[in-house]
Every structure is written in C-alpha cells, then in structure tokens.
Design a protein around this ligand. Structure first.
Ligand SMILES: *Cc1c(COP(=O)(O)O)cnc(C)c1O
Length: 445
C-alpha cells in the first residue's frame, strides 16, 4: 500500500470504505487547466477524421447505410423515468431529462465505439500516409482499397480491456485488415469474447484485473514488430474520439429546443471507468458550453478511482486498493482501480463531482429505465441514472447548486447511457430479473 495522502482523511476515507453511495463535490472545480491539455484543434481534427470516414464505414459495415456511416446516438427525452424517480413528477415543466443513447451506438453497442473507432482509423490513416498510399485530408474510403488492406494486414493491434474497448477495437481493427489481439481482464463477459473470436480476433483471457490486462497488451506490443498498442490508460487518440461527440450533442439540444445558458444549465451524468470516455466527453462539452455545463461521473462503490485520485489532491497515483477497496463490481465496464493519468489532471478543473453507485442501484436503475422507457442497458451503463436525484436530494448536491447560484427550473439533465444494445437476450433477462427483485423490495412488494 502507498502511504495515503492526508487530503483523504478522515471523514471521506470512512465514507468511501463504508461503500455507501454518496455524492462527492470536487473542490478544485474551476481551477486553471494544466498547460499541456489536448488542443481544441486536435478535437476538431478528430471530428473531421470521423467525417472523412463515413463512406468507409458504410463500405465496411453495410448496415450503416441508413445513417450515412455516422457513428452517432439519439438524444431521447425520458419523461416517464423523470416522473418515476422524482416521485411527485417534474418539479417544473421546463426542467427536462434526456438519455444520450450511446448504449445503441452502431456496431460496437457502447460508448467505446467513439474512442476505439477513432484511434483505429487514425492508425490506419497514418500507416497509409507513411507509405504514400493516400494524401492528407483524403476521403478515408481509400482505406478499403485492397493494396492498403494488404499493407494493414502486416500490422498487429493489441489492447487490454474489461470488455467493451476490446469489442470496439477488435471489430474495427479486424474490419480494416489488422491482425488483432485483445487481452481481457477477469471481469470481461463471455459473450464479448465469443463475439470477437467470431470475427477472427485473438482473445487472450487473464485472471487479473483491468490494469493487468492492459499491462499484458503493452508487453506483447513491445515484443512484436509492427505492433500498435491501444493504451486505454493514456491514449490521446481515444480521448479525442470521445471529445468529438460534443458538437452533435449541441445540435441535438438545439433540435430539442433546449437552450444552454446561465438560466438553463446543462447537467451531464456519465459512468466512469479509467476516465477516458467520460473525460473526453466532458472536455468536448466544456469547450462548447463552459460554466453552463456541469459534468458528474458515476463510479461503483468498490471502484471509485477518479474520485480517489481527484480527492487526493496530488499527482502521484492513488488506487482504490490503496484505501482498502477491492474493485469488485457488477459494472464490468467500470471495474478500474486506477484512473487515467492523461485524464485526471484535466478533470481536476473541469469535473463538478463524482457519485458512487452500489450493485443494487445499478440493477435497480437498469430495471427502472426498462420499465419506464423500454430502454435496455448493461449494468455499467445504468450508473448515471441516480445522478439527477442525488443532485437535488443530497446535502452535497444542494450545497453545489447554492454555491453556483443555480436554479434547476430551466435545467436540462443528460444521462449518458454507455452500453447495452449488444447484450444477448438471455443475459439481459438475468439482469432484468435481478433488477426487478431489487425494485420490488424497495417498493415493499
Ligand atoms: C468503458 C465504459 C465506460 C467508461 O469509460 P472509461 O473510458 O473506462 O472511463 C462506461 N460505460 C461502459 C458501458 C463502458 O464500457
């Protein structure tokens, strides 16, 4: 065990170790950003790269023809969920809840489609550029040419994952012709491995946690010529792929007649594993909406790695193991003990807070959103759902609103649902059953 930073003593530590869900407010919110943050030009380039890939995506995945090759998700108003969770119904007709439906992102079925597809496309583009087979800013449909596919097949891509990143990277890399090896942690679900193997991806199973799977992928890449390692713990290309989501969200809010300004703040609740996906999304949204968007991460009570890192108020890594938690959670996509060191320094000034979620709350929320809105999520993806309630009904949440002089009556709440549409029906039926049991107990049935 590392020696613990004093900032974590003593009430916060006790709270975390009790594994009781709570909302933690980030005291450093609003501090200056570090000097070396990714540039907004880089985010725009990522967005441009994804736009130059739409014809390629349709070529590789014909089912994308209907959406012109865009990897995007709907913004869905969820009035029944809002009414169910707020008890007496919306406090004000102008306040509105939405789900940002990344659980239904095409092809990969999770938020990892954003970062993962972007990094693989950027990698293929850079290899083709180095070999003078394309020019800068070309339409990337050219990556489907047989000479480029032949070249890419000489390269290997490796990645370590708790499941969804492996799925996203594996599907995209295999589709472009790369030899692909995915190292899966102990948390990874069997069906994700089966699905990858069916696409010709080599899946290596590990008995260790997420960090061990990542380390195995990294070691393999170092030992293999022409091998690229997708580094979930510090990849800028993944981060930029997530950040590139923001302009489309802004357009969707406009289309839904939701203004974002001081009187109409936007609250976003996103499940957090290592921090890449929610961190990138936050970074993109902050660039557009500044102080009018308030982002909160959701983490399992046994794996609150971003909370612990930010609360420690130090640069040295602090893991959830260091404070005696075991990182065992039903939220496989969030089972990460140590936050990304690319992302945590940025979140230090941009993130409003983190709330923790118990296994029961994951399943209860998964069931609640199915019951009220017919939306099918995996447990990790349901973690954001308790967010709006916590903000309004907890002492910490009320203090935050007071401190920032926020009136919620015109607020938009966006719950980012991060995965689930590919979960096999039998597996989902078990999730739902478990959620129903928890829900019925709470209702006293
Ligand atoms: C990976 C994942 C997240 C969190 O992303 P990180 O980049 O690990 O923080 C959230 N939800 C689901 C379903 C995921 O697979």
């Amino acid at each position: 065990m590392n020696s613990l930073p004093t900032a974590l003593y003593p009430e916060l530590l006790t709270q975390l170790q009790s594994q009781k869900p709570f909302l933690w407010i980030n005291q450093a919110y609003g501090a200056p950003l570090p000097a070396d943050v990714p540039t907004l030009e880089a985010v725009a380039e990522a967005r441009d790269r994804l736009q130059r890939s739409t014809a390629l995506m349709v070529k590789l995945f014909p089912e994308l023809a209907a959406t012109q090759g865009r990897i995007e998700s709907d913004l869905i108003a969820v009035p029944q969920l809002q009414a169910a969770l707020l008890g007496e119904g919306p406090s004000n007709a102008a306040e509105q809840w939405f789900i940002k439906a990344d659980h239904a992102l095409p092809i990969a079925g999770s938020v990892k489609a954003r970062g993962g597809f972007h990094e693989i496309i950027a990698l293929a583009e850079s290899i083709a550029l180095e070999n003078n087979l394309i020019s800068a800013n070309d339409d990337l449909i050219k990556l489907a040419n047989s000479d480029i596919q032949g070249l890419l097949s000489q390269y290997t891509v490796t990645v370590g994952s708790t499941g969804n990143l492996g799925l996203s990277i594996g599907i995209m890399a295999a589709a472009l012709g790369f030899t692909t090896i995915v190292h899966m942690s102990v948390d990874a679900k069997e069906w994700k491995k089966t699905r990858l193997r069916a696409r010709g991806v080599k899946v290596i199973e590990h008995s260790g946690d997420y960090a061990a799977a990542v380390a195995a992928g990294r070691a393999e890449a170092l030992a293999t010529p022409k091998c690229h390692f997708i580094d979930d713990e510090q990849s800028l290309l993944l981060f930029l792929g997530y950040a590139a989501s923001a302009p489309y969200v802004a357009q969707q809010l406009l289309d839904a007649n939701r203004v974002v300004d001081a009187e109409h703040p936007l609250f976003v609740y996103i499940p957090c594993g290592v921090g890449g996906a929610p961190g990138g999304i936050t970074y993109g949204l902050k660039a557009l909406f500044g102080e009018h968007v308030h982002c909160f991460f959701a983490e399992p009570v046994a794996s609150p790695c971003m909370l612990v890192q930010l609360a420690s108020q130090q640069d040295a890594p602090v893991s959830v193991y260091d404070i005696g938690l075991d990182n065992r959670t039903e939220a496989d996509g969030l089972a990460v003990a140590l936050a990304s060191h690319l992302v945590s320094p940025i979140m230090r000034s941009q993130l409003s807070g983190v709330f923790t979620v118990s296994n029961d709350a994951l399943y209860g929320s998964l069931y609640q959103v199915k019951l009220s809105e017919g939306i099918t999520l995996e447990p990790s993806a349901a973690a954001g759902i308790p967010g709006p309630g916590l903000l309004q009904n907890s002492e910490a949440g009320r203090r935050y609103l007071q401190h920032h002089k926020i009136n919620l009556s015109g607020a938009t709440h966006m719950i980012w649902s991060t995965g689930g549409s590919l979960v096999p029906a039998e597996e989902y039926a078990r999730f739902e059953q478990q959620g129903k049991a928890i829900h019925d107990t709470l209702q006293g049935k």
